[in-house]
Design a protein around this ligand. Structure first.
Ligand code: MTE
Length: 314
């Protein structure tokens, strides 16, 4: 059976400059919610409700995983390497106040508060599948806004061929950073055309409320056609670069994790198959499902890689 694919026609919001399409009332509400810790009927005591509109066209029709699955089975090595560590050990992490440095090849570098970052963007809910390189998957209702719309605001110049991202470095709040498990801080990167693709999302929430710490509060990347590890969490820097930037997992194990990390059932990880995936939360006896090329988004993104040998550029 062919899985339902979202119809990915660009929305007016993706082709119009953000300052013209934004709904002022929604932005103000979204900002108030992001700033108001503890307000609203949040599932998590430190979260706030967000104001957003569901983007049905960009959403899978599959039922999302439970809030519990999504917030208790995590990879966030800054809080430990066990799947339960991020939920259990991220209580001291302070995602507010927050700012993001915009650096490198652009006309408008600077340090922007989270409120500055969010101001012109209307928030959308998008239901995406997260396919982890470890051969499991989840379906997550993210709340966020297109990465490309944000990047355009800083006016990248012609040397901006890539976009690099960096996670905050705070060993006092992130116990995993006290151990050399990865080369901290965690870094990631995209080619600029990948970053500008309408599917690339910056998430500030899930299930309608601000992101829990373990999922990357207050701002994380979601690139649904790539393995989950590209979704860098708790971002403090976005840099436009001319050269391909280093990425945390590639530094750690270059023969296992490449720069592109496109979901590809026909290129196995050196230690296991990538042909199938196990849906988290399903019965232990539930059969595995086939992994789809580009995680089901081939129609929308395959053209980004025409001419590239995806076995070599994994
Ligand atoms: N970002 C940072 N900073 N540190 C990490 O360890 N793990 C990655 C990615 N982003 C990671 C990270 C991996 S391996 C995955 S699968 C996803 O986050 C998991 O996101 P989730 O916990 O919200 O499901």
């Amino acid at each position: 059976m062919r899985r339902t694919q979202p119809n990915l026609q660009p929305l007016p919001s993706e082709i119009t400059p953000p300052d013209r399409y934004c709904n002022r009332r929604e932005v103000i509400t979204a900002l108030a919610a992001v700033g108001a810790v503890g307000a609203g009927l949040a599932r998590d005591a430190s979260a706030a409700q967000l104001k957003y509109a569901r983007n049905a066209r960009f959403s899978l029709k599959e039922a999302p995983n439970s809030f519990e699955d999504i917030t208790t089975y995590n990879n966030f090595y800054e809080f430990g390497t066990d799947k339960a560590d991020p939920a259990q050990k991220s209580g001291k992490f302070k995602p507010q106040p927050w700012s993001v440095a915009i650096t490198g090849e652009c006309a408008k570098p600077g340090t922007y508060t989270l409120e500055d970052i969010l101001k012109p963007h209307a928030l959308e809910e998008r239901i995406y599948r997260l396919r982890c390189v470890e051969a499991w998957s989840m379906v997550i209702p993210w709340v966020g806004f297109p990465l490309g719309a944000l990047l355009q605001r800083f006016e990248p110049n012609s040397k901006a061929k890539y976009v690099a991202f960096k996670t905050v470095m705070r060993p006092s709040e992130m116990p995993g950073q006290r151990f050399p498990v990865l080369d901290w801080p965690y870094v990631e990167g995209l080619r600029i055309d990948e970053a500008m693709h309408p599917l690339a999302l910056l998430a500030v929430g899930l299930y309608g409320q601000t992101l829990p710490n373990q999922n990357g509060a207050p701002l994380r990347l979601v690139v649904p056609w790539k393995y989950g590890f590209k979704g860098i969490k708790s971002i403090v820097e976005i840099r436009f670069t001319e050269r391909q930037p280093p990425t945390a997992w590639n530094i750690s194990a270059p023969h296992e994790y490449g720069f592109f990390a496109n979901v590809n059932p026909s290129v196995d990880h050196p230690r296991w198959s990538q042909a199938q995936e196990r849906r988290i939360g399903g019965s232990l006896f539930a059969s595995k499902q086939a992994t789809l090329p580009f995680n089901g988004y081939a129609e929308q993104v395959a053209a980004l890689y025409s001419g590239l040998d995806l076995r070599k550029f994994y």
